[in-house]
Design a protein around this ligand. Structure first.
Ligand code: SAM
Length: 274
């Protein structure tokens, strides 16, 4: 089995950072290594030839990014989470603000963002909300902007949506079928901006009432998770909500005492202190 020495991984992450500005130096290294090995096998490369290709062919870095990042996502993944959004979190935000802002950080191909857009439409709140959806991977952002998914993937999305609603219902009214794909209705995008944004290297500017960053920090080491959580805390309005993935936690981080737990199972927190 191919193995990569820690010093070789360091050479790869240093090169990507210095030449392209993507900073993977504090990602969880075991999963990062697995991904690099997959890329080496796929392209029949050695570490040495990978370094040379990365160095000589700037266009290769996007292909490499696609392999390095985990992009798995679904619409309405984790039904309890979406019920909590519909029954508790969004109504609370709405009761305190006539207009509100949501940030999906690490939005991948957009399924989670469109789930939120559908939820807001069903709650009659599309015009009162703005969604910023960001990811570091440009290939994923293109997919998210286009909003067209294989029809086959809609089976899982439909199952999730039915589980979330706990009653019959279908997503069909939100898409049209075109050449074996489900093309989401353009109206769903009206209040969404898709932007490239790297959680590691970028600072904070805007403020949000709700930030969702689910299943992204799981690929970071603890020090990096800590840094990013500090940025999220800064980016939240007073009493704003933060939602992270079900396998993630913030109880150990520096800003933990500045949040209260709203839903421990669904990993939803609320900013209580500046
Ligand atoms: C597993 S997907 C999560 C998608 C969605 N949030 C969900 O839970 O369904 C993880 C996403 O995080 C993105 N990502 C990884 N590192 C990032 C970074 N430093 N800045 C922004 N996005 C990042 C990846 O490109 C990928 O699209």
């Amino acid at each position: 089995m191919t193995r990569i020495q820690p010093s070789e991984l360091k050479e790869i992450t240093d090169l990507i950072f210095e030449k392209y500005g993507y900073d993977f130096r504090n990602y969880a290294m075991s999963s990062f290594e697995r991904r690099v090995i997959r890329m080496l096998d796929l392209k029949h490369l050695t570490v040495k030839s990978l370094l040379k290709t990365l160095s000589d062919q700037p266009s290769f870095v996007e292909e490499f990014l696609k392999e390095l990042t985990v992009n798995v996502t679904e619409m309405f993944r984790d039904d309890g989470f979406w019920r909590s959004m519909r029954e508790e979190i969004i109504p609370t935000i709405r009761s305190e603000h006539s207009k509100f802002n949501i940030w999906h950080a690490g939005c991948s191909s957009g399924e989670e963002v469109y789930s939120m857009a559908i939820l807001l439409a069903e709650m009659g709140l599309s015009d009162d909300s703005r969604i910023l959806a960001s990811d570091l991977d440009p290939t994923m952002l293109v997919r998210a902007r286009v909003g067209s998914y294989p029809l086959k993937s809609m089976e899982t999305n439909e199952k999730n949506y039915a589980a979330f609603r706990k009653k019959a219902g279908t997503l069909r009214k939100y898409y049209t079928e075109e050449n074996g794909r489900a093309v989401l209705r353009r109206e769903l995008q009206t209040n969404i901006s898709f932007v490239k944004h790297d959680l590691v290297t970028a600072g904070t500017t805007h403020k949000f009432n709700l930030i969702l960053c689910r299943n992204v920090m799981i690929y970071f080491n603890q020090a990096l998770q800590n840094e990013v959580l500090i940025k999220f805390h800064k980016s939240l309005e007073p009493s704003g909500f933060l939602a992270i993935g079900s396998k993630e936690s913030l109880i150990w981080c520096d800003v933990a005492s500045k949040f209260s737990v709203v839903n421990s199972q669904e990993k939803i927190y609320r900013k209580i202190k500046d």
